[in-house]
Design a protein around this ligand. Structure first.
Ligand code: MN
Length: 253
């Protein structure tokens, strides 16, 4: 008995070549991370169909009237203007990025979490901080600062006051991180399992923990994969999706 070769499955599959980054943590202009990220935007990212920034692009963002980071904003605007779709998720440091930033850069803000299709496969994208449920102090802070009422009141303060408060929060966050056990700062395995079961996806991509890795596991009897992007403090970390394959890469400085 002869069999016909299977016809390729045609379905709306989304972009075929995209890049994912997270936790670039841009701070002072002219720093090594900024130079590397600008180079990345003008080279690698310019050749992709889409760029996904999964949160914490900036070390701090106190409102869209922030006058800093002009070169990065111009480079993102040039990239999206050239036809590369740029998507952005909020991180725990730049959750006040808003429509003003999107208008200046051409980036599109996505909700966190969000499910997007790559090669026809639904994939869960998230910054990752919501999965760190063992860090109770942080989760309480997160609930507070993500409330629309808190954000309206904060954004109504003068820029200089917001910057001062943000510096205090960052100092508090640094000392909290220093005295919290590393296990508590990582994702909670049950929270990851629950996310896979609730969304029925087989793959998720996140950052935040600064522990780049590809974790293969089982959730509800299904093989699942969790890809974790690294931070850009010491080197760049990029996930490339091309022709159905995912590849996590380090960009050496
Ligand atoms: Mn983060």
């Amino acid at each position: 008995m002869s069999t016909q070769p299977l016809a390729p499955i045609e379905e709306p599959s989304g972009p075929r070549h995209c890049l994912f980054v997270s936790d670039v943590h841009l701070e002072a202009p002219g720093g090594a991370a900024e130079r590397q990220f600008l180079h990345f935007l003008r080279t690698d990212a310019a050749r992709a169909e889409a760029l996904y920034i999964l949160g914490d692009l900036f070390e701090s963002w106190v409102g869209d009237d922030d006058p800093g980071h002009r070169e990065v904003i111009a480079a993102l605007a040039a990239l999206s203007g050239s036809g590369v779709a740029c998507f952005l998720l909020h991180g725990n440091r730049d959750f006040l990025l808003g429509e003003g930033f999107c208008a200046r850069t051409g980036c599109r803000l996505l909700p966190d979490p969000v499910i997007t299709r790559f090669g026809g496969e639904p994939v869960l994208l998230t910054h990752g901080d919501a999965l760190c449920t063992d860090d109770h102090a942080y989760q309480e802070l997160r609930t507070l600062v993500r409330a629309p009422r808190w954000q309206r009141r904060f954004l109504a303060l003068p820029l200089a006051t917001r910057e001062l408060l943000a510096n205090e929060v960052r100092a508090g966050s640094k000392s909290h991180t220093a005295r919290t056990p590393p296990r508590v700062m990582d994702v909670n395995p049950q929270a990851v399992d629950a996310a896979f079961r609730a969304t029925q996806v087989r793959r998720m991509i996140h950052g935040h923990t600064h522990r780049p890795a590809v974790h293969d596991a089982l959730a509800g009897g299904q093989a699942v994969q969790r890809i974790v992007l690294g931070a850009w403090y010491e080197q760049g970390s990029v996930l490339r999706y091309q022709d159905g394959l995912y590849k996590l890469c380090e960009l050496a400085r």
